[in-house]
Design a protein around this ligand. Structure first.
Ligand SMILES: [Zn+2]
Length: 688
């Protein structure tokens, strides 16, 4: 043996890390499994003799010994946005047109890579060691699944010496190879456990197991496709090359395409070739390669403007329609659902699909017992494409619009001349059940133990008439429900009680306002800060919120104008549910920028462009996305885009952040600065 035990331990760890990268990342092992096992055994023995020398980044420490009791919630430093996606090349051309127009260039270079059908994760590194990893969750907060992630052998616990020593984040996808998926499902079948529907669900399920030892047996893989923080890199392909050198399993292959025609040709080549891959992919991801251009493009509330996913066309199958069921949703809408003989499509078995509405049934002339063509792509809901009238036997039956609600027998109407038929009875048990289920769901008030079975009983026994009644439930009464013991009744009451403190955005989502989903609820909470302020807002005020159009504004005003809804909201208030805080009317800000129009370009020091724009608005100025003769100033940061050149050509004054602060007044800028945590920090352009 050479040197001290500490030296030998270091040496062994370096060797094992080197071979881990060769084996799990590069698929090019240099030694046999037996030799690798011998290194590992020697390290384990040495560490057992010298427990003080064990460190968390040692290869022996991948799998934790203790099962967990739950996952902590972590807030993502930069929100994990989802990506706009499409099935059509026409949309890709349109995307390219928008990008070129915004950048004012003739051609854009795109990096094109495979879209992995897995689970998005964010990993934090500091001092070249793995610190923490979290799931995407709702994009703002996710589950801390660090201990399970550590068990993935291609995840580097320690990075190469060439990697940056400072803190940074990488993002990628955890997936399960198809072979592993089949093995896991075969094992579950033998153990009489429910099977995973597809590799994606299997990967997600495996990452959420409370015992890391089980996760370690699942053969999960990892691909990294983004990094944030100031890493001194200028393009996506440079970044991937750097990440690879630092020891990350980066997504590959990546193709640089000049212009959208090259992108489409490259996507075409993978249409069939993807079936030869050992894992599932449902499309391609197209990203603007240059980070400066990405910053120039920015993001919408939901998506980055510099990326789009192209999904491969759907798979189709012919099957027989057995019956059509009418389902009543939480707003009363009656949806016809087709039940057909099971078919295997895009990796899952499907036996039902929504027919959307009655106009669609009439247009496609779909009848009971018809042979139909069903289509499905990736995770998308299956879809009935058409009926095959040539295969009819004469036994088929036409499907008629219901004249009464199939659940309560109440009157039905067409909702605002649309194709949708809805039950008008606000007390309809189906509507009440769906709205309470929605209220309790994870993205809303997140009440554990309040699933469809319990909600069904609560409504049918009359214990609950709306979600406002939930907070008055007593454990002694709940115990009388079927399959509800004293312990689960107490747990449910605790769960309901705990939901009182949920953030305002979750409450707004929970109310079930038509057209208001998770993302909009968050935008509304950010804009109004309290439920009462939102309830009092007028149409015009609502439409100032990004992504709120006339239809959404209308739905919100209608909702809060409804007497029933107001009385339910009062029940929530009486129960002590968090309604958010009233905006403290601070001192009025001086309108030092009144009448001035700014165009922002490049990365500003220590502040996002969104926050800088907010400061300008609060101080009476306005912002615009393009430079014209009306522009007062172009506020330019580092790596400014084409707007900088245009400002020069038009003779518009260009100022930097310091000059801007002087112009607006330092104290004013500080007073107008939005509170931290609301908007993205630096480096957002590189993530995703
Ligand atoms: Zn009804």
């Amino acid at each position: 043996m050479t040197g001290s035990p500490a030296q030998r331990i270091d040496q062994l760890r370096d060797l094992i890390r080197h071979h881990d990268v060769k084996y799990f990342v590069e698929n090019a092992p240099e030694i046999s499994d037996r030799e690798y096992d011998a290194l590992m055994r020697e390290l384990r023995e040495l560490e057992a003799q010298h427990p003080a020398l064990v460190t968390p980044d040692s290869p022996t420490q991948r799998v934790g010994e203790q099962p967990l009791t739950g996952f902590a919630q972590v807030r993502h430093p930069v929100p994990m946005l989802s990506m706009d996606n499409t099935y059509s090349f026409e949309d890709l051309k349109e995307f390219d047109r928008r990008v070129r127009e915004a950048l004012q260039v003739m051609m854009v270079t795109y990096a094109v890579e495979l879209k992995f059908d897995g689970l998005a994760i964010a990993l934090q590194y500091d001092k070249r060691a793995f610190v923490r990893g979290a799931t995407r969750g709702d994009g703002v907060t996710g589950d801390d699944v660090s201990l399970n992630l550590r068990t993935i052998r291609s995840l580097p616990l320690r990075l190469a010496e060439t990697a940056p020593a400072g803190a940074f984040e990488v993002r990628g996808e955890v997936y399960m190879p198809r072979k592993e998926f089949e093995r896991v499902n075969a094992e579950r079948e033998r153990n009489d456990e429910p099977l995973f529907a597809n590799p994606r669900n299997a990967a997600a399920g495996s990452l959420k197991i409370l015992d890391p030892k089980i996760t370690a047996t699942r053969g999960l893989g990892l691909f990294i496709y983004g990094a944030g923080g100031d890493l001194g890199l200028k393009t996506h392909h440079e970044m991937l090359a750097a990440l690879w050198k630092w020891g990350f399993p980066v997504s590959h292959p990546v193709q640089l395409c000049h212009g959208i025609d090259e992108v489409m040709r490259y996507c075409d080549t993978w249409q069939e070739k993807r079936r030869e891959l050992p894992f599932d992919t449902d499309g391609m991801v197209i990203k603007v390669d240059s980070f400066a251009e990405r910053r120039e493009l920015g993001t919408t509330a939901k998506y980055p403007r510099w990326a789009i996913a192209y999904k491969f066309p759907a798979e189709q199958a012919v099957t027989q329609l057995q019956r059509v069921e009418f389902q009543v949703g939480r707003t009363g809408t009656i949806t016809p659902v087709a039940h057909f003989d099971p078919v295997h499509l895009a990796g899952t078995t499907v036996s039902r699909a929504t027919l959307h509405n009655f106009d669609e049934i009439a247009r496609k002339d779909i009848r009971e017992k018809d042979f139909i063509v069903v289509e499905k792509a990736g995770e998308v809901i299956p879809y009935v494409l058409k009926s095959l009238p040539a295969k009819r036997s004469g036994e088929e039956k036409k499907i008629h619009e219901p004249k009464a609600c199939p659940v309560c027998g109440g009157p039905v109407s067409r909702y605002r001349e649309s194709a949708f038929v809805a039950c008008e009875n606000q007390a309809c048990p189906a509507q009440v059940k769906r709205s309470i289920e929605h209220f309790a769901s994870r993205a809303a008030m997140d009440i554990e133990g309040l699933g469809p079975a319990v909600v069904g009983q609560l409504v049918e026994t009359g214990m609950v008439k709306d979600y406002g009644d939930l907070y008055a439930l007593k454990a002694t009464k709940l115990e009388r429900l079927e399959r509800m013991g004293a312990k689960s009744a107490a747990n449910l009451v605790n769960g309901i009680d705990a939901s009182k403190g949920r953030p305002l955005a979750k409450l707004i989502n929970a109310l079930g306002i038509r057209n208001v989903g998770e993302a909009l609820a968050r935008a509304l909470a950010d804009a109004f800060h309290s439920l009462d302020a939102l309830a009092e807002a007028g149409i015009g005020q609502l439409q100032e919120v990004p992504d709120v159009g006339p239809e959404v504004a209308d739905s919100i005003v209608l909702f809060f104008g409804n007497k029933n809804n107001r009385s339910v909201i009062e029940k929530l208030r009486a129960a002590g549910v968090n309604f958010g805080r009233e905006e403290k009317a601070g001192p009025a800000l001086p309108r030092t920028l009144s009448g001035k129009t700014f165009v922002l370009t490049g990365a500003l020091p220590g502040i996002s462009r969104e926050d800088a724009s907010e400061i300008i608005r609060r101080l009476g100025g306005s912002t615009s996305s393009s430079v014209s003769k009306k522009t007062s100033f172009v506020l330019a940061g580092s790596d400014p885009g084409s707007k900088f050149d245009k400002a020069r050509a038009l003779g518009v004054e260009i100022i930097d952040w310091d000059a801007f602060v002087k112009l607006a007044g330092k104290a004013n800028v500080e007073a107008a600065r939005p509170a931290a945590g609301g908007t993205a920090g630096p480096g957002e352009g590189e993530l995703l």
